[in-house]
Design a protein around this ligand. Structure first.
Ligand code: TYM
Length: 333
Protein backbone atom coordinates (compact mmCIF):
# COMPACT_ATOMS: atom_id res chain seq x y z
CA UNK A 1 0.00 0.00 0.00
CA UNK A 2 1.27 3.48 -0.74
CA UNK A 3 1.97 5.96 2.05
CA UNK A 4 0.93 9.57 2.20
CA UNK A 5 3.08 11.64 4.50
CA UNK A 6 2.21 15.03 5.94
CA UNK A 7 4.09 17.07 8.49
CA UNK A 8 4.54 20.69 9.49
CA UNK A 9 7.10 22.94 11.10
CA UNK A 10 6.45 26.37 12.58
CA UNK A 11 8.39 29.25 11.06
CA UNK A 12 9.40 30.68 14.38
CA UNK A 13 13.13 31.10 13.69
CA UNK A 14 16.03 29.18 15.25
CA UNK A 15 15.27 25.75 13.87
CA UNK A 16 17.47 23.47 15.90
CA UNK A 17 18.92 20.01 16.27
CA UNK A 18 15.70 18.78 17.95
CA UNK A 19 13.67 19.80 14.89
CA UNK A 20 16.26 18.16 12.66
CA UNK A 21 16.60 14.81 14.43
CA UNK A 22 12.97 14.64 15.58
CA UNK A 23 11.43 15.62 12.27
CA UNK A 24 13.31 17.05 9.26
CA UNK A 25 15.86 14.22 8.93
CA UNK A 26 12.94 11.78 8.73
CA UNK A 27 11.16 13.97 6.18
CA UNK A 28 14.15 13.53 3.89
CA UNK A 29 14.33 9.76 4.38
CA UNK A 30 10.60 9.40 3.65
CA UNK A 31 10.88 11.57 0.55
CA UNK A 32 13.28 9.02 -0.86
CA UNK A 33 11.11 5.97 -0.12
CA UNK A 34 9.20 4.19 -2.89
CA UNK A 35 5.39 4.48 -3.11
CA UNK A 36 5.42 7.43 -0.77
CA UNK A 37 4.01 10.88 -1.43
CA UNK A 38 5.27 13.59 0.90
CA UNK A 39 3.69 16.92 1.79
CA UNK A 40 5.62 19.29 4.04
CA UNK A 41 4.08 22.48 5.30
CA UNK A 42 5.47 25.64 6.87
CA UNK A 43 2.72 26.25 9.38
CA UNK A 44 2.57 30.03 9.46
CA UNK A 45 -1.05 30.06 10.67
CA UNK A 46 0.11 28.19 13.74
CA UNK A 47 2.90 30.73 14.25
CA UNK A 48 0.44 33.61 14.68
CA UNK A 49 -1.17 31.95 17.71
CA UNK A 50 1.46 34.02 19.53
CA UNK A 51 2.41 37.58 18.59
CA UNK A 52 4.65 37.90 15.51
CA UNK A 53 6.46 40.77 13.89
CA UNK A 54 5.36 40.77 10.20
CA UNK A 55 8.84 41.28 8.76
CA UNK A 56 10.38 38.75 11.09
CA UNK A 57 7.64 36.24 10.18
CA UNK A 58 8.31 36.65 6.46
CA UNK A 59 12.02 36.16 7.06
CA UNK A 60 11.37 33.08 9.19
CA UNK A 61 9.11 31.50 6.56
CA UNK A 62 11.91 31.77 3.99
CA UNK A 63 14.46 30.54 6.51
CA UNK A 64 12.34 27.48 7.33
CA UNK A 65 12.03 26.69 3.64
CA UNK A 66 15.78 27.18 3.17
CA UNK A 67 16.37 24.79 6.08
CA UNK A 68 14.12 22.16 4.48
CA UNK A 69 15.98 22.40 1.18
CA UNK A 70 19.42 22.59 2.79
CA UNK A 71 18.59 19.44 4.78
CA UNK A 72 17.82 17.54 1.59
CA UNK A 73 14.16 18.11 0.78
CA UNK A 74 13.53 18.48 -2.92
CA UNK A 75 10.52 20.42 -4.21
CA UNK A 76 10.39 18.19 -7.28
CA UNK A 77 9.86 15.14 -5.08
CA UNK A 78 7.84 16.59 -2.19
CA UNK A 79 5.09 19.18 -2.04
CA UNK A 80 6.46 22.06 0.06
CA UNK A 81 4.26 25.08 0.80
CA UNK A 82 3.09 27.52 3.41
CA UNK A 83 -0.13 26.85 5.27
CA UNK A 84 -1.62 30.33 4.79
CA UNK A 85 -1.45 29.91 1.00
CA UNK A 86 -4.01 27.08 1.08
CA UNK A 87 -7.33 28.41 2.36
CA UNK A 88 -8.73 24.91 2.83
CA UNK A 89 -6.64 24.53 6.02
CA UNK A 90 -8.57 27.32 7.73
CA UNK A 91 -11.89 26.17 6.33
CA UNK A 92 -11.44 22.62 7.51
CA UNK A 93 -10.19 23.83 10.89
CA UNK A 94 -13.53 25.61 11.44
CA UNK A 95 -15.54 22.53 10.49
CA UNK A 96 -13.44 20.34 12.76
CA UNK A 97 -13.74 22.81 15.63
CA UNK A 98 -17.45 22.01 15.56
CA UNK A 99 -16.60 18.30 15.88
CA UNK A 100 -13.86 18.46 18.53
CA UNK A 101 -15.02 18.73 22.16
CA UNK A 102 -13.85 21.35 24.65
CA UNK A 103 -13.06 18.55 27.11
CA UNK A 104 -10.61 17.05 24.61
CA UNK A 105 -8.79 20.34 24.13
CA UNK A 106 -8.67 20.96 27.87
CA UNK A 107 -6.42 17.93 28.19
CA UNK A 108 -3.73 19.28 25.83
CA UNK A 109 -0.53 19.70 27.82
CA UNK A 110 1.17 21.92 25.24
CA UNK A 111 -1.51 24.58 25.66
CA UNK A 112 -1.02 24.50 29.43
CA UNK A 113 2.74 24.90 28.99
CA UNK A 114 2.50 27.64 26.38
CA UNK A 115 -0.30 29.62 27.98
CA UNK A 116 1.48 29.55 31.33
CA UNK A 117 -0.21 30.93 34.43
CA UNK A 118 -2.36 33.50 32.68
CA UNK A 119 -4.55 31.26 30.50
CA UNK A 120 -7.28 33.89 30.22
CA UNK A 121 -4.93 36.09 28.21
CA UNK A 122 -3.89 33.38 25.72
CA UNK A 123 -5.36 33.69 22.23
CA UNK A 124 -8.26 31.47 21.21
CA UNK A 125 -5.98 30.37 18.37
CA UNK A 126 -3.44 29.00 20.83
CA UNK A 127 -6.21 26.98 22.47
CA UNK A 128 -7.64 25.74 19.16
CA UNK A 129 -4.14 25.09 17.75
CA UNK A 130 -4.49 21.26 17.74
CA UNK A 131 -7.72 21.49 15.72
CA UNK A 132 -5.90 23.40 12.97
CA UNK A 133 -3.17 20.77 13.17
CA UNK A 134 -5.81 18.05 12.69
CA UNK A 135 -7.13 19.97 9.66
CA UNK A 136 -3.61 20.10 8.17
CA UNK A 137 -3.29 16.36 8.40
CA UNK A 138 -6.83 15.26 7.49
CA UNK A 139 -7.10 17.52 4.44
CA UNK A 140 -4.63 15.34 2.52
CA UNK A 141 -5.83 11.81 3.43
CA UNK A 142 -2.53 11.45 5.26
CA UNK A 143 -1.59 7.94 6.31
CA UNK A 144 1.55 8.76 8.34
CA UNK A 145 2.76 11.81 10.25
CA UNK A 146 6.46 12.03 11.13
CA UNK A 147 6.82 14.20 14.25
CA UNK A 148 8.78 14.48 17.45
CA UNK A 149 7.36 12.89 20.59
CA UNK A 150 6.09 16.25 21.87
CA UNK A 151 3.37 16.18 19.18
CA UNK A 152 2.01 12.74 20.09
CA UNK A 153 -0.93 14.05 22.10
CA UNK A 154 -1.98 16.33 19.26
CA UNK A 155 -1.94 13.37 16.89
CA UNK A 156 -4.13 11.34 19.20
CA UNK A 157 -6.58 14.23 19.21
CA UNK A 158 -6.45 14.33 15.41
CA UNK A 159 -7.37 10.63 15.28
CA UNK A 160 -10.28 11.20 17.68
CA UNK A 161 -11.57 14.12 15.60
CA UNK A 162 -11.41 12.08 12.37
CA UNK A 163 -13.27 9.17 13.91
CA UNK A 164 -15.93 11.41 15.41
CA UNK A 165 -16.53 13.19 12.09
CA UNK A 166 -16.83 9.88 10.24
CA UNK A 167 -19.31 8.55 12.83
CA UNK A 168 -21.36 11.69 13.17
CA UNK A 169 -21.77 12.13 9.43
CA UNK A 170 -22.05 8.40 8.73
CA UNK A 171 -19.20 8.52 6.27
CA UNK A 172 -16.87 5.68 7.21
CA UNK A 173 -13.22 6.29 6.22
CA UNK A 174 -13.95 9.69 4.68
CA UNK A 175 -11.35 11.24 6.97
CA UNK A 176 -8.40 8.87 7.08
CA UNK A 177 -7.19 8.10 10.60
CA UNK A 178 -3.42 8.75 10.45
CA UNK A 179 -0.58 6.92 12.18
CA UNK A 180 2.09 8.86 14.04
CA UNK A 181 5.72 8.12 13.07
CA UNK A 182 7.94 8.92 15.99
CA UNK A 183 11.71 8.43 16.15
CA UNK A 184 12.60 5.19 17.89
CA UNK A 185 16.15 5.88 19.13
CA UNK A 186 15.14 8.72 21.49
CA UNK A 187 12.02 10.45 22.66
CA UNK A 188 13.05 14.12 22.59
CA UNK A 189 16.29 15.99 22.16
CA UNK A 190 16.73 17.87 25.41
CA UNK A 191 18.32 21.22 26.27
CA UNK A 192 22.13 21.16 26.47
CA UNK A 193 21.91 23.18 29.68
CA UNK A 194 19.16 21.34 31.54
CA UNK A 195 17.95 17.97 30.34
CA UNK A 196 14.65 18.38 32.18
CA UNK A 197 13.52 20.65 29.33
CA UNK A 198 13.29 19.80 25.65
CA UNK A 199 15.59 21.60 23.22
CA UNK A 200 13.46 24.49 22.09
CA UNK A 201 13.56 27.65 20.01
CA UNK A 202 11.96 29.59 22.84
CA UNK A 203 14.68 28.85 25.42
CA UNK A 204 16.25 32.25 26.23
CA UNK A 205 19.75 30.70 26.33
CA UNK A 206 21.26 30.09 22.90
CA UNK A 207 23.71 27.71 24.59
CA UNK A 208 20.79 25.34 25.27
CA UNK A 209 20.48 24.36 21.60
CA UNK A 210 22.41 23.72 18.40
CA UNK A 211 20.78 25.88 15.74
CA UNK A 212 20.85 24.63 12.18
CA UNK A 213 22.44 27.96 11.25
CA UNK A 214 25.32 27.60 13.75
CA UNK A 215 28.86 27.62 12.38
CA UNK A 216 31.67 25.27 13.34
CA UNK A 217 33.11 27.32 16.22
CA UNK A 218 29.69 27.92 17.73
CA UNK A 219 28.89 24.20 17.65
CA UNK A 220 32.23 23.28 19.27
CA UNK A 221 31.75 25.91 21.97
CA UNK A 222 28.19 24.81 22.75
CA UNK A 223 29.19 21.17 23.15
CA UNK A 224 32.15 22.17 25.32
CA UNK A 225 29.75 24.05 27.58
CA UNK A 226 27.03 21.39 27.52
CA UNK A 227 26.14 20.18 31.00
CA UNK A 228 27.41 16.73 32.06
CA UNK A 229 28.16 15.27 35.50
CA UNK A 230 31.22 14.31 37.52
CA UNK A 231 30.91 10.55 36.98
CA UNK A 232 32.88 8.66 34.32
CA UNK A 233 31.43 7.80 30.90
CA UNK A 234 28.89 4.99 31.41
CA UNK A 235 29.39 1.38 30.40
CA UNK A 236 27.09 -0.56 28.13
CA UNK A 237 24.74 -1.76 30.85
CA UNK A 238 24.46 1.40 32.91
CA UNK A 239 20.92 2.73 33.20
CA UNK A 240 21.10 6.47 32.50
CA UNK A 241 17.73 7.36 34.03
CA UNK A 242 19.44 9.53 36.64
CA UNK A 243 22.01 11.00 34.24
CA UNK A 244 19.71 12.74 31.73
CA UNK A 245 22.36 15.14 30.35
CA UNK A 246 24.72 12.27 29.54
CA UNK A 247 21.89 10.25 28.04
CA UNK A 248 20.86 13.21 25.86
CA UNK A 249 24.38 13.70 24.46
CA UNK A 250 24.74 9.97 23.81
CA UNK A 251 21.37 9.91 22.05
CA UNK A 252 22.42 12.82 19.84
CA UNK A 253 25.65 11.01 19.02
CA UNK A 254 23.84 7.73 18.27
CA UNK A 255 21.23 9.33 16.13
CA UNK A 256 23.77 11.25 14.03
CA UNK A 257 26.11 8.28 13.68
CA UNK A 258 23.29 5.84 12.96
CA UNK A 259 24.46 3.52 15.77
CA UNK A 260 22.50 2.12 18.68
CA UNK A 261 22.88 3.76 22.06
CA UNK A 262 24.50 0.55 23.40
CA UNK A 263 27.13 0.72 20.68
CA UNK A 264 27.87 4.37 21.51
CA UNK A 265 28.14 3.58 25.23
CA UNK A 266 30.58 0.79 24.40
CA UNK A 267 32.61 3.09 22.14
CA UNK A 268 33.19 5.66 24.90
CA UNK A 269 33.20 3.48 28.04
CA UNK A 270 36.33 4.20 30.11
CA UNK A 271 37.19 7.35 28.10
CA UNK A 272 37.14 10.95 29.31
CA UNK A 273 34.15 13.19 28.78
CA UNK A 274 36.41 15.57 26.86
CA UNK A 275 37.19 12.83 24.35
CA UNK A 276 33.49 12.03 23.90
CA UNK A 277 32.62 15.71 23.54
CA UNK A 278 35.31 16.17 20.92
CA UNK A 279 33.96 13.25 18.86
CA UNK A 280 30.43 14.55 19.28
CA UNK A 281 31.45 18.04 18.11
CA UNK A 282 33.23 16.58 15.09
CA UNK A 283 30.16 14.61 14.12
CA UNK A 284 27.85 17.58 14.62
CA UNK A 285 30.09 19.85 12.56
CA UNK A 286 30.22 17.21 9.82
CA UNK A 287 26.41 16.96 9.67
CA UNK A 288 25.25 20.48 10.55
CA UNK A 289 27.86 22.79 9.02
CA UNK A 290 26.98 21.90 5.40
CA UNK A 291 23.31 22.55 6.18
CA UNK A 292 24.16 25.88 7.79
CA UNK A 293 26.28 26.94 4.79
CA UNK A 294 23.59 25.90 2.34
CA UNK A 295 20.89 27.83 4.24
CA UNK A 296 22.96 31.00 3.90
CA UNK A 297 23.41 30.45 0.17
CA UNK A 298 19.71 29.74 -0.41
CA UNK A 299 18.68 32.86 1.49
CA UNK A 300 20.58 34.96 -1.04
CA UNK A 301 18.00 34.08 -3.70
CA UNK A 302 14.64 34.99 -2.20
CA UNK A 303 12.88 34.82 -5.55
CA UNK A 304 13.81 31.19 -5.94
CA UNK A 305 12.49 30.43 -2.45
CA UNK A 306 9.22 32.26 -3.11
CA UNK A 307 8.78 30.36 -6.39
CA UNK A 308 9.21 27.02 -4.64
CA UNK A 309 6.44 27.95 -2.21
CA UNK A 310 4.18 29.15 -5.00
CA UNK A 311 4.58 25.93 -6.93
CA UNK A 312 3.95 23.88 -3.78
CA UNK A 313 0.84 25.84 -2.91
CA UNK A 314 -0.67 25.20 -6.34
CA UNK A 315 -0.40 21.46 -5.88
CA UNK A 316 -1.59 21.59 -2.27
CA UNK A 317 -4.58 23.76 -3.25
CA UNK A 318 -5.68 21.16 -5.79
CA UNK A 319 -5.82 18.47 -3.11
CA UNK A 320 -7.30 20.78 -0.50
CA UNK A 321 -10.13 22.14 -2.63
CA UNK A 322 -11.16 18.67 -3.74
CA UNK A 323 -11.45 17.41 -0.17
CA UNK A 324 -13.43 20.45 0.96
CA UNK A 325 -15.93 20.07 -1.91
CA UNK A 326 -16.56 16.43 -0.92
CA UNK A 327 -16.83 17.40 2.70
CA UNK A 328 -19.38 20.13 2.06
CA UNK A 329 -21.63 17.58 0.34
CA UNK A 330 -21.39 15.27 3.34
CA UNK A 331 -22.23 18.06 5.78
CA UNK A 332 -25.21 19.26 3.73
CA UNK A 333 -23.98 22.66 2.61
P1 TYM B 1 7.32 22.58 15.86
O1 TYM B 1 7.46 23.64 14.84
O2 TYM B 1 7.35 22.96 17.30
O3 TYM B 1 8.42 21.49 15.64
C1 TYM B 1 8.65 20.90 14.36
C2 TYM B 1 8.99 19.43 14.53
O4 TYM B 1 10.16 19.28 15.36
C3 TYM B 1 9.89 18.38 16.42
N1 TYM B 1 10.66 18.81 17.61
C4 TYM B 1 11.45 17.99 18.32
N2 TYM B 1 11.77 16.69 18.19
C5 TYM B 1 12.64 16.17 19.08
N3 TYM B 1 13.21 16.87 20.09
C6 TYM B 1 12.92 18.19 20.26
N4 TYM B 1 13.49 18.89 21.22
C7 TYM B 1 12.00 18.81 19.36
N5 TYM B 1 11.51 20.07 19.22
C8 TYM B 1 10.69 20.05 18.15
C9 TYM B 1 8.38 18.50 16.66
O5 TYM B 1 7.87 17.35 17.30
C10 TYM B 1 7.86 18.65 15.25
O6 TYM B 1 7.71 17.39 14.63
N6 TYM B 1 2.41 21.57 15.93
C11 TYM B 1 3.65 21.33 15.21
C12 TYM B 1 3.60 21.74 13.77
C13 TYM B 1 2.46 21.20 12.99
C14 TYM B 1 2.32 19.88 12.49
C15 TYM B 1 1.10 19.86 11.78
C16 TYM B 1 3.10 18.73 12.60
C17 TYM B 1 1.37 21.90 12.58
N7 TYM B 1 0.56 21.09 11.86
C18 TYM B 1 0.64 18.68 11.17
C19 TYM B 1 2.63 17.57 11.98
C20 TYM B 1 1.43 17.56 11.29
C21 TYM B 1 4.76 22.14 15.87
O7 TYM B 1 4.53 23.14 16.51
O8 TYM B 1 6.01 21.70 15.58
Amino acid sequence: MSKKIFSGVQPSGNLHLGNYLGAIKNFVELQNEKNTECIYCIVDLHAITVKQDPQELKKNIRETLATFIASGLNSKKSIIFSQSSVAAHSELAWILSCVARIGWLNRMTQFKEKAGKDKEKASIGLYAYPVLMAADILLYDTTHVPVGEDQKQHLELCRDIAQRFNNEFRSPNFLKVPEPMIQKNFSRIMSLKDAKNKMSKSDPSDLSRINLTDDKDTIINKIKKAKTDTMPMPDEKEDLKNRPEVLNLLEIFSCLSGNSIEKSKKQFCGKNFSEFKEELSNLLVEKIEPISNEIKKLLDDKKNLDNILLEGSQKANEYGEKKIIEMKKIIGF
